[in-house]
Ligand binder design. Structure first.
Ligand SMILES: Cc1cc2nc3c(=O)[nH]c(=O)nc-3n(C[C@H](O)[C@H](O)[C@H](O)COP(=O)(O)OP(=O)(O)OC[C@H]3O[C@@H](n4cnc5c(N)ncnc54)[C@H](O)[C@@H]3O)c2cc1C
Length: 413
């Protein structure tokens, strides 16, 4: 077994958002840090590929500008974020396509919400109370609020079953990656707050630009790619090619699956799987940068990506991203194309499937009780961070990395 020449103060395993944030905070505090990453690039679940001239994220995701950790760490302008239209379109089973707009930003969308269309007066009143309570109060109060499933919280907030089924359930399925509204109400309230306070957008170069910007803030040579860690040792870790990396402190920032193997006994959540179909259409089926969800939940959400960022598709074609829960099972592509034909009122017969991205552990399950932040300490000199230790989001991953750095610095004092 060979030994690494360098002995950093801290070895961070995994260069996703959490590992990169942790490394950055430790370096800023003056520690020597090395990050080892199994794959050929930084970003983990936030990576972008180029496929035949199209820009394709490894699973469709959106970027929210209001996340506190995002604002703290990233120069947003450098990412050239391009916004979605506020709100979403809902393809309703029996009433065509309805717009759920945010009337505070687009007053013209209010009539679409009114009685007989998407929401009744009771739902509008409940929406006003929910939005005021989540957007205006301190986030700390939401984190301490009584915890239930999101379904129970919505019923308790006075929403009608019809509105929950027509709007919240299809919309939130794409956020939680589960379609039973079983996710913790605390997470739901934080998500709702971030949507009201921020803007959903995509970086002009794809979601992968976010971790690339985080990595750019590290000194050159901090991250070593294509270096999978096989096991932790008493003195640090050993890589799959048999090299020992000694370090007094090790941070496992690998996502929960690999973390459970490296840290036996670590409690880990179930994972949510999502598949995104990327289709190329000869022309955009909708000329708007917006999310479209399906009341019947044949897909989680769809959007014409090239209407959000024109550069995602070569001139003369349109790129459509459509996500579904679970994997790409047999016959699913046909069902999805049929549902898209209905939702977009388009002939999808001439669409070509560009690529399919399935992400097995895309998000951790977050059923109540759901501690929104867990300690990184696992044992002497051993820490763990990632979205599974906070919330399943970029905010959660970054905050968990930041917490690990704080706890390491405290332990060294
Ligand atoms: C399809 C999809 C849609 C999403 N949508 C949203 C959204 O709209 N909004 C939002 O806020 N969040 C969203 N998320 C969640 C968000 O992307 C994640 O919460 C976040 O990226 C997790 O970061 P992480 O650092 O905790 O873990 P990861 O990104 O999983 O990083 C772990 C890293 O560790 C590396 N690694 C693993 N094992 C080893 C090993 N043995 N040795 C060395 N390295 C190892 C991996 O290669 C990876 O780079 C979405 C995620 C997906 C996949």
């Amino acid at each position: 077994m060979s030994k690494s020449a360098r002995t950093p103060d801290v070895l961070v395993i995994g260069a996703g958002a959490a590992g990169l944030a942790c490394a950055r905070d430790l370096l800023t505090a003056g520690l020597d840090v090395e990050v080892v990453e199994a794959s050929d690039g930084v970003g983990g679940r936030m990576r972008t590929d180029r496929v035949d001239g199209f820009v394709v994220d490894r699973g469709f995701q959106v970027f929210n500008t209001s996340y506190p950790q995002v604002k703290r760490r990233l120069a947003l302008r450098g990412l050239r974020p391009v916004p979605f239209t506020p709100g979403v379109l809902v393809h309703a089973a029996d009433r065509g396509t309805l717009r759920f707009g945010d009337p505070s930003r687009r007053p013209g969308t209010l009539p679409g919400l009114l009685t007989g269309r998407l929401a009744g007066p009771r739902d509008l009143a409940a929406l006003g109370v929910l939005s005021a309570r989540t957007a205006l109060g301190p986030a700390a109060a939401l984190k301490r609020a009584p915890e239930r499933t999101t379904r129970t919280a919505l019923a308790d907030a006075g929403f009608s079953e019809a509105f929950v089924e027509r709007f919240f359930r299809p919309f939130l399925s794409g956020v939680f990656l589960e379609d039973g509204l079983e996710t913790s109400s605390r997470f739901f309230h934080l998500v709702w707050r971030s949507m009201l306070r921020g803007t959903l957008c995509l970086p002009a170069e794809g979601i992968g630009a976010v971790p690339l910007a985080l990595a750019d803030a590290l000194p050159p040579g901090t991250v070593r790619l294509e270096t999978p860690v096989a096991a932790l040792t008493e003195d640090g870790a050993v890589t799959e090619d048999g090299r020992e990396v000694a370090a007094p402190t090790v941070v496992v920032a690998t996502g929960w699956g690999p973390a459970a193997r490296l840290l036996p006994g670590l409690p880990v959540p179930d994972g949510r799987t999502v598949t995104t179909y990327y289709h190329v259409a000869p022309r955009p089926p909708l000329r708007e940068p917006t999310l479209l969800v399906d009341e019947r939940r044949r897909f989680l959400n769809t959007c014409v990506l090239s209407e959000v960022v024109a550069g995602f598709a070569p001139r003369g074609s349109a790129l459509v991203a459509t996500s579904v829960l679970g994997t790409d099972t047999e016959g699913r592509q046909r069902t999805v194309l049929d549902a898209l034909a209905e939702a977009y009122h388009a002939d999808t017969g001439g669409w070509d499937l560009l690529t399919v991205r399935t992400v097995p552990d895309a998000l951790p399950a977050m059923a109540p009780p759901q501690p929104l932040s867990r300690t990184s300490r696992f044992g002497p000199g051993r820490h763990v961070c990632g979205d599974h230790r906070a919330t399943g989001s970029v905010q959660g991953a970054l905050a968990s990395g930041a917490r690990a750095a704080r706890e390491i610095l405290r332990d060294r004092r």
